[in-house]
Design a protein around this ligand. Structure first.
Ligand code: SF4
Ligand code: SF4
Length: 87
């Protein structure tokens, strides 16, 4: 068993930590993670269709994730969990 690994520019091995889940009970819908993700992985989900100001973040397109964890670093509520992926 081996995880997907890559290389940094200077040749160090790097194991991407791909998005696993977002805890919607912790999420306050601030959108910081959405702005941080360059791969269009995240998506808003409205809590109440009659009040679009209330929303939380979901994983919309997990297959696009490159495992950079930028989303998790921006999250003030520690909503994200990550995991490596087997090859
Ligand atoms: S780990 Fe990187 S690519 Fe994946 S969802 Fe987070 S910011 Fe986007
Ligand atoms: S940064 Fe965290 S709290 Fe803010 S929308 Fe994203 S998951 Fe929710």
């Amino acid at each position: 068993m081996a995880f997907i690994t890559g290389m940094t520019k200077d040749g160090h091995e790097w194991t991407p930590q791909f998005i696993k889940a977002i805890d919607k009970d912790l999420c306050i819908g601030c959108g910081r993670c959405y702005k941080a993700c360059a791969m269009d992985v995240l998506a808003y989900e409205e809590v109440d269709s009659e009040d679009s100001a209330k929303a939380y973040m979901t994983v919309g397109n997990a297959g696009n994730c490159i495992g950079c964890q930028a989303c998790g670093r921006t999250c003030p509520k520690k909503c994200f969990s990550f995991e490596p992926t087997l090859t």
